[in-house]
Design a protein around this ligand. Sequence first.
Ligand SMILES: Cc1cc2nc3c(=O)[nH]c(=O)nc-3n(C[C@H](O)[C@H](O)[C@H](O)COP(=O)(O)OP(=O)(O)OC[C@H]3O[C@@H](n4cnc5c(N)ncnc54)[C@H](O)[C@@H]3O)c2cc1C
Length: 341
Amino acid sequence: MKSLQYFHTFHISANANEITEVKNLEQLKGAWIGAKAQNLPVLFLGQGSNMLFVEDFNGIVIINRLLGISHKQDDCFHYLHVNSGENWHNLVRYSLERGIGGLENLALIPGCAGSAPIQNIGAYGVEFKDVCHYVDVLDLATDKQFRLSTEECDFGYRESIFKHRYRHDHVIIAIGLKLSKNWQPVLEYGTLVNFDRERVTVKQIFDEVCHIRQSKLPNPDVFGNAGSFFKNPVISAKQFSELQKLNENLPHFPQPDGRVKLAAGWLIEQCNLKGFKIGGASVHKKQALVLINENNATGQDVVKLAHYIRQTVAEKFAVYLQPEVRFIGAEGEIDSEKAIA
Ligand SMILES: Cc1cc2nc3c(=O)[nH]c(=O)nc-3n(C[C@H](O)[C@H](O)[C@H](O)COP(=O)(O)OP(=O)(O)OC[C@H]3O[C@@H](n4cnc5c(N)ncnc54)[C@H](O)[C@@H]3O)c2cc1C
């Protein structure tokens, strides 16, 4: 067995039968065919920043290192074609260095560029879908490549077609971004609201986003974590108005479909769970939405902690939190909500 500890940001001590890094499509296909020949499950990994290994994985882990970025432009847009193993933050810096705006709010999100469409990464008012032009996919079972437009990706809040229809035997090999030359700053969140819309630069937003993230979020190299552990729950308008009667200051974000999004971190904080521990896992003291590997946590410690949080929040607010992080068991991905129910 090979250790996965340094291939994912939770740094849980879990193992896999084999770990293979691939730098081109031939290597990727070869690794997949090899696993199938041995009848072993396959797990694709970018930088492992959205993963929880709840036990050892009895299969082959394929680490995506397909690199390369190309840049084209016309009068109105910049077009970036990015191979899926590129580091997302390096891509944000690459665009900044070329004077291309549009990715600055998504600075410092860990992970590979090719993983960004999977949960439609988002931060500070911008989501991947806002900059996406296309996603290139390889169907490993048929060895056919195809391109999906933004509309075909079915993007939603931390959602896309890659979590459903293309979850098995499909791998994202590249993404295309389309960034307008008529750049407009997005300044609706956090301290970004303090900027003057007419004078702010892409670099100023990039620096501010990096500053906020570095001061708020634990560095995974110090305390292993996978960022926000839970999704922000979206509830009906009726349930929201009942909850608001009991909690005047309830932070909320009305959605286009009439439902209301709540802040999962706030709900956890109201249950006084900051710093709460089970085994080696704990709720981060500064940011309640982040669960950390404080002291050699096992995957099961994190599962038990997440279960406790879900139950406590449900008892107080009648809202059931769902994990944003993907859970991996012995044979592959497992139902994370069931695991903590
Ligand atoms: C400190 C921290 C902060 C974070 N902040 C944010 C944030 O602000 N916003 C946000 O949205 N997310 C955030 N995240 C979550 C994470 O960064 C994103 O989900 C990221 O896109 C995951 O990329 P990855 O390469 O690490 O994916 P991995 O964790 O390696 O993989 C995620 C899933 O995608 C699958 N997969 C990986 N590569 C491919 C591929 N090429 N083709 C098909 N399937 C594939 C894997 O099997 C797995 O199921 C944060 C995480 C951390 C640790």
